[in-house]
Design a protein around this ligand. Structure first.
Ligand code: NG6
Ligand code: CA
Length: 513
């Protein structure tokens, strides 16, 4: 073969290689926990030492969305919708999952990881799960095989914090097993105090390294009392300080093992959920409270993942998405000075409300897509939601999804990739927690709030968890009133009626795709 022929064959192979990846990029979804719209530099965070250079770089070189959403203002329903492509209020028991929740995504539901597997991907979830484990009516069998779980709904590998870290137990679950569990020291998890002398956040409050402010006063582990009780499993227990490092370590291992196939990694960070316990090397770094420090820690994780992609020369072959599972909260049950040391920082940016709320701050969250060489850098005002990945990726990968699956997931792939003329969503339902709660419904600049919850009837929950009254139906113009303070319902009865009916139809139809 002469030289020029060799060169042309090489160029052709390179082109084919790139094309294969353009059709099947690796996908990493980095989902932060309780991270608000205004919490990171590229979304306007100002505090001098609250630095997020790695996330900011994704935004600078990728696409930063100003209308990016998660579908609910609490964790479990957002994660449910992200994985199923269906609004959580349509499912059973999709509110915040308790420590002993069984798997809440039915095994026969077609999921995002299912469709990625169909497309030939290896799939993994590393980090916080909070979608339950075990059979319905039974729940997690901690000392046995923990299934069904992620492996039964489309993941090839899982390395989990099974619930959320303010809930018991503090153990890792790798695939079907609690990691490092000594059978001679079985793990018991329950709702009632296991013995009269079992130390709790109430009886041993003085010994705690971080005091609780509400709830979170049952079993103590690592000097922090939690929701729920447990005993045993001592060899399996982790230190809160080490979670972020572990997620990075396990992700890196898995990427290295799977780098020759297309892969899908759901990196489910626990930062900034309570208890906010950064690794010692991040403590004090933000100049704020631990809430700020775990943002710095989260940013470090993002940097490490990108470093890993670079190391394997995969940056140009990987679509990275950075998002959050719900908006911000100050005091979420521990006295960690989050509110006291907030200063002028506005965790929800210009928006009102936050976690638990149907105001914009509850679901409008950081949302960045990054794929060097494919996504041009910029800022997008297209409306996109974490619920849309399923249909967007399915269409991109040419995988058919069954008619009765992913009922509310829309194809916004062109918008995610920043293509010219791309359309985002025209409407979005925002929910708080669980079924029959409160709803937000957004169309263009109009925002309808509908407060249904019997418990929290006519109540708006704001970042400080203080409740203020709200009418059952209210209408806001987000272009002028991002904090949703000026109810325009009376002045715009037609728009109110139209949006109220549209929302009702989406609820009644059982689908919006
Ligand atoms: C609440 C907890 C809160 C947090 C939340 C779930 C109390 C008083 N509050 O019930 O601390 O754990 O559930 O958060 O227990 S989420 O981000 O996982 O949805
Ligand atoms: Ca959350």
């Amino acid at each position: 073969m002469n030289k020029s022929l060799i060169v042309s064959v090489f160029v052709l192979l390179l082109a084919l290689g790139n094309k294969a990846f353009a059709n099947k990029p690796n996908v990493i979804v980095i989902m932060a926990d309780d991270l608000g719209y205004g919490d990171i530099g590229c979304y306007g965070a100002k505090p001098k030492n609250l630095k997020t250079p790695h996330i900011d770089r994704l935004a600078k070189e990728g696409l930063r969305f100003t209308n990016g959403y998660c579908s609910a203002s609490t964790c479990t329903p957002t994660r449910y919708s992200f994985l199923t492509g269906t609004y959580a209020f349509r499912g059973k028991n999709t509110g915040i999952a308790p420590p002993s929740s069984p798997l809440i995504i039915p095994k026969d539901v077609y999921t995002l990881p299912d469709l990625m597997q169909k497309a030939g991907y290896k799939t993994a979830v590393v980090g916080k799960w909070h979608l339950g484990l075990g059979e319905t009516g039974v729940g997690p069998q901690w000392n046995e095989e923990l299934k069904p779980g992620p492996l039964e709904i489309g993941f090839d590998y899982s390395f989990l914090l099974p619930t959320t870290n303010d809930r018991v137990p503090q153990v890792y679950v790798e695939n079907h097993r609690v990691l490092n569990l000594d059978p001679k020291d079985p793990l018991w998890v329950g709702r009632k105090k296991p013995s009269p002398d079992h130390p709790t956040g109430v009886t041993h409050r003085k010994t705690l390294k971080m005091d609780w402010s509400h709830g979170h006063n049952s079993t103590i582990h690592n000097g922090i009392s939690r929701i729920g009780f447990y005993t045993g499993g001592h060899a399996a227990r982790f230190r809160d300080e080490d979670l972020a490092d572990k997620w990075v370590e396990k992700s890196n291992e898995w990427i290295a093992k799977n780098k020759d196939n297309p892969f899908f990694l759901f990196f489910a960070s626990h930062d900034l959920h309570v208890p906010r316990i950064p690794h010692e090397r991040f403590q004090g770094k933000s100049g704020m409270s631990y809430r700020g420090d775990v943002i710095v820690q989260l940013d470090w994780c993002v940097g490490e993942l990108i470093k890993t992609l670079k190391k394997h020369d995969l940056e140009k072959d990987t679509l990275v998405v950075f998002c959050s599972d719900n908006g911000p909260v100050g005091d979420d049950g521990y006295k960690d000075e989050a509110l006291e040391k907030m200063g002028d920082h506005k965790p929800a940016g210009p928006y009102g409300g936050g976690k638990y709320s149907v105001l914009e701050g509850g679901t409008r969250t950081p949302f960045i897509t990054y794929w060097p060489g494919t996504i041009e850098h910029g800022v997008s005002d297209k409306m996109v939601c974490t619920i849309d990945f399923a249909t967007s990726l399915a269409n991109h990968l040419k995988v058919e999804i069954p008619e009765e699956a992913c009922l509310d997931s829309l194809d916004v792939m062109d918008a995610l990739l920043g293509k010219k003329g791309a359309k985002g969503r025209t409407h979005l339902v925002q929910q708080d927690n669980g079924r029959g709660g409160n709803y937000g419904y957004r169309v263009g600049n109009w925002k309808l709030q509908r407060h249904d919850s019997k418990k929290k009837r006519n109540v708006v929950v704001n970042q400080k968890l203080a409740n203020s009254p709200a009418p059952r139906l209210a209408l806001y113009d987000l272009s002028k009133d991002p904090r949703e303070k000026n109810n325009l319902a009376e002045k715009n009865p037609e728009i109110l009626k139209k949006m109220k009916n549209e929302l009702q139809k989406i609820l009644d139809d059982g689908r919006s795709r």
